[in-house]
Design a binder for this molecule. Sequence first.
Ligand code: ASN
Ligand code: ZN
Length: 318
Amino acid sequence: EIPSQKTNNREFRERRDAKNALMRSEAFLVAPPVKKADRFVYDSKTTEHQRLLLVRKESGPASPDAVVNTVYENAGSVREYFKTFLNYLSVDNHGADLILNVHFGKNYANAFWDGDEMTFGDGDNQVFTNLANALDVTAHELTHGVVQYTANLTYKGQSGALNEHYADVFGSVIKQHAKKQKAATADWLIGDEIMGPALTGQALRSMKAPGTAYNNALMGKDPQPDHMDNLYKGSADNGGVHINSGIPNKVFFLVATAIETDKAALLWFETLKTLKPTTNFKSFKTALLKIAKKMANAGSVPATTETVAKQSFESVGL
Ligand code: ASN
Ligand code: ZN
């Protein structure tokens, strides 16, 4: 419901129209502004307005609000990982500004990328604590932006599950990098740092063991399958985008464990650049094996990578 609320927001439409007019202007076409992926953190002050009050900007002073500083630092870590390890600058590879809104809504228990910025609720302190505090959540949402500017995977069914999968991959990869963890000993959990008291369980999702992240009275059991035999075919959650992502998530875990996380991340990212909006799990496998072969020949991943990846896909029924 959030994107449509936003479309109904007059200030948002005005800002969008002004931005589009600028981009069509002759000045922009002749000399496009040099972008450096600057971070801007805004405080929504528990309203549902975005870009309400600018509270921290690139190289500016820290805020008295710790959440503002945490999301600023975490977005910096995500930007740095994409730049250094994947040679990709910001969400669009052209250094677009990174817009982050915190304290969105009242007890709002979600975070989202909406097409041009990131927004985080404070959580309800039952299911979730403040969503802006966790690096994997910020990396997940920012990666939705990267996906939009690369494969632009359609957010429903298997292509939508791949979109969710990529967001979890870089959520986990960047968290592992920050914690200096190895694939074999990392926890592979998503959202473990924002679990509220009512959400007994380890996390929101587990890439290592999809379907086992939680089981409690409030949420029931983690619905993620780890094999095509249990692919969710219903219409909830845009056709199971946060459910079926468990299947490719498991594949990533297996490959990363064999060739190390940063190598697997590079393979996944190079593959992302070749995918189409309608790519499904089968065509994802085909695309990834092709890139694995190419990268192994170039020496950028181990020679065993294609075989390891093929076996990993087969083990989840693909
Ligand atoms: N936090 C969710 C996500 O990024 C929000 C959503 O469903 N769009 O996947
Ligand atoms: Zn997501």
